[in-house]
Structure formats: C-alpha cells, structure tokens
Design a protein around this ligand. Structure first.
Ligand code: ATP
Ligand code: MG
Length: 229
C-alpha cells in the first residue's frame, strides 16, 4: 500500500541545514498497523507529514497504491487527503465552539457532503466508540479520552484507507491512552485500514503489528511485534 523509496527531507533555515530524513525506504502492506518510535527530532513527524502529503520530500519517492503522492495534481491531492486519509493528532485538534457531532462531520461537510447524510453516520460512530449521549457536548465538556475518541471518529468518517496518527496518546494518562489505542486498533482492523502511528510510548507501540525505529533521519530498527493484540 505504502512504498517509501530513499526519501530525503532537508529543512533549511538561513545557514542551518537539517536533514530530517536521510534516505528512508520502507514498505507497508495494506492492513498493517505500523508503529514508529524514535527520539525527539529523529524525523517521525516529518515522515508522517510526507505520507499525508502535507509536505513534499527533497528527493526520493512516496507511493500509495502505486501512485506517487508528490506528483498528484492539486485537485487529485486534495481528493486523496479527503477520501483516502485519516489523521489523528496529539492535541486532538477539535474546534472548541463545535459539538462532538459537528467536529466529526466538519471535514466531510466542507467537502460538500450533505449534513443530513453525515450526521447519522457520525452519531453511529460516536455510539460505537462509547460516546452515546456526548454528541452535543463541546470539547471543553469532554474528557481527554473522549476528545480523542471524537477525533478518531472524525478521522474514520470518510472511510479512509490509511490512518496516520502522531502521538495519539501523548496527552492522555496511561489507562485512558490504552483504551483509546485499543479502540483505534479494533476500529482499523474491522475496516482493514493501514495505520502508521508515531509514539514515544513502548507500550503503545506494542499495539501495532510492526515497529520501526528512527534515529537521526534513518531507520535503525524494523521488527514484527509478537504480542500484536
Ligand atoms: N519546518 C521545519 N523547518 C526546519 N526544521 C524542521 C522543520 N520541521 C522539523 N524540523 C527539524 O527536523 C528534525 C526532525 O523533526 P520531526 O518533527 O520530524 O521530529 P520528531 O521525530 O517528530 O520529534 P518529536 O518526537 O519531538 O515530535 C528536527 O531536528 C526538527 O528541528
Ligand atoms: Mg513529532
């Protein structure tokens, strides 16, 4: 599904040059749950942003289902992001003035889908994620774990093929984080989604099928996780 070939990403700020990714090659088959670990600054978010087409590589190629993302024309790129990709962030990125349901449907609403069609899907997803009765709550009326479950529902509403998660449990206590991870694990397995999840937490990484370690922009470890739940 994902084919990363010799990807280099260099950031230049004045005289400072940072090689955030230094020739990374990686293939992720459809349906795999890949965890990515590495010290701060090792290039994890850079890799995720390239996979999500939020940024372009300095050199090398990233292919999704055989298509080179950086060569997508603009309209194809936004369609790719909208229809095939779900994103989950460390800080949930919910809009504070919108209800849970509104947050879940917002991306699809902005892409022109009718509200009447989206709302029942959102309500069903929230229910499935243990949030029945929370649909009308605003983010400040939800716990951290509940906010992240709303964000997972938002990421899955468009039925994407690929889920990218950057430290989805980074702001949750370990018990809440474990519950959210289990939910991500189960919801993505049911749907046959490919997942790339960045985490600092070795316990979180074990939820995946495979663990890749980055250091200084290079892959320094790549192993199957035996205890995959
Ligand atoms: N937009 C940018 N401009 C310049 N340098 C950047 C930019 N984004 C990232 N970097 C640098 O690239 C390197 C890799 O950054 P990245 O965000 O990928 O690290 P990370 O592994 O996600 O770290 P963390 O665990 O702290 O989130 C770092 O040295 C960072 O300072
Ligand atoms: Mg990061």
């Amino acid at each position: 599904m994902i084919e990363v070939s010799n990807v280099v990403k260099v950031y230049q700020r004045g005289k400072t040059v940072v090689r955030a990714l230094d020739g990374v090659s990686l293939s992720v088959p459809k349906g795999q749950f890949l965890s990515v670990m590495g010290t701060s600054g090792s290039g994890k978010s850079t890799l995720l942003n390239l996979l999500g087409a939020l940024d372009v590589p300095t050199s090398g190629a990233l292919r999704i289902d055989g298509q080179e993302i950086s060569r997508f024309p603009d309209d194809a790129l936004s369609r790719f992001r909208r229809d095939r990709l779900g994103f989950i962030f460390q800080f949930f990125n919910l809009l504070p003035t919108l209800s849970a349901v509104e947050n879940v449907i917002l991306p699809e609403l902005l892409s022109g889908k009718p509200r009447a069609q989206l709302e029942p899907k959102a309500v069903a997803l929230l229910e499935q994620f243990g949030l029945s009765g929370r649909g009308q709550h605003r983010p400040d009326e939800l716990s951290g774990g509940e906010m992240q479950r709303v964000a997972v529902a938002r990421a899955l509403l468009s039925e994407p093929a690929l889920l990218l998660a950057d430290e989805p449990t980074g702001n949750l206590d370990s018990k809440t984080g474990a519950a959210v991870l289990q939910l991500i694990r189960e919801a993505t397995r049911q749907r046959g989604l490919t997942v790339v999840m960045v985490t600092h937490d070795p316990k979180a990484a074990e939820v995946g099928d495979r663990l890749v370690r980055l250091a200084d922009g290079n892959i320094v470890g790549d192993e199957l996780v035996r205890s995959a739940a």
